[in-house]
Design a protein around this ligand. Structure first.
Ligand SMILES: CC(C)(COP(=O)(O)OP(=O)(O)OC[C@H]1O[C@@H](n2cnc3c(N)ncnc32)[C@H](O)[C@@H]1OP(=O)(O)O)[C@@H](O)C(=O)NCCC(=O)NCCS
Length: 218
């Protein structure tokens, strides 16, 4: 089964909280995901993997059995298309990562992005970021911004790969250890040069990870 990205739902929150706590253990209080899902400015997405689901969940699959469910889901996956919203087999998806962003005026601001610890360095962070870039462009954002800890070189590498550059610094921004935040931003995301850069990265990504990975594009 493919990895795919879809909008976060209330029933995802339990899994997302686990990923959030292992990713940001020192950040307190944790985000209120329930409130964020009700926030009109915010968009939250999850990356899912249905293969792991069969190993991880003990829940009874919906009527028709798991085989039928999986084959139905598999038919729903065409590039750029999301799983049908009716496919919400409770507990039926293994969430491997999540991300959130706000769009205000012409700026999309990434509030969070995290991959489940056991699923890192398998292209999930990239899949989430590709989805955010696509969605932000469709929502007519001109740029995408974010803050990242000065010590978080893994995340900085990810953002740099996707065309983000440092545009500022917030001294002592993080309350837990007074660490500086690096402010990063893209260029204009609908510019031909940025689009060409992303297209090239996605092509390389598809070559590396295969075609069965579906980013969110609505
Ligand atoms: C940052 C994070 C989301 C990356 O997710 P991921 O699923 O492991 O990332 P991917 O496998 O898609 O990696 C893509 C790119 O990120 C960079 N990267 C990811 N992990 C890295 C690491 N440990 N060291 C160096 N670069 C790394 C690389 O540029 C990589 O591309 P490459 O394989 O071509 O070198 C993940 O490490 C995480 O959840 N960290 C904790 C939460 C966090 O710090 N979030 C960012 C807050 S600003």
């Amino acid at each position: 089964m493919p990895d795919y990205v879809r909008l976060m739902r209330h029933e995802d929150i339990d899994q997302v909280v686990v990923i959030d706590r292992e990713a940001f253990p020192t950040e307190w209080p944790p985000p209120n995901f329930k409130r964020e899902l009700e926030n009109r400015l915010a968009t939250y997405i999850v990356a899912c993997n249905a293969t792991e689901l069969t190993e991880e969940t003990e829940e009874t699959p919906p009527q028709g059995g798991l085989t039928m469910l999986l084959s139905r889901v598999s038919r729903l996956f065409t590039p750029g298309r999301l799983p049908d919203s009716k496919w919400s087999a409770k507990g039926g998806e293994y969430i491997t990562g999540f991300a959130g962003f706000w769009v205000m005026a012409d700026e999309a601001h990434i509030t969070t992005i995290a991959t489940r610890q056991t699923c890192r360095q398998q292209g999930i962070g990239e899949l989430l970021l590709q989805s955010i870039i696509d969605m932000a462009a469709r929502r007519e954002a001109r740029i995408i911004t974010l803050e990242v800890r000065a010590s978080n070189t893994a995340a900085q590498k990810l953002y740099t790969k996707y065309g983000f550059t440092q545009v500022g610094l917030r001294h002592g921004y993080y309350i837990d250890n007074r660490e500086d935040a690096i402010i990063m931003s893209t260029d204009h995301i609908t510019s031909p040069s940025f689009k060409a850069q992303i297209k090239e990265i996605i092509e390389a990504y598809t070559t590396k990870w295969g075609p069965d990975r579906y980013r969110m594009s609505t």
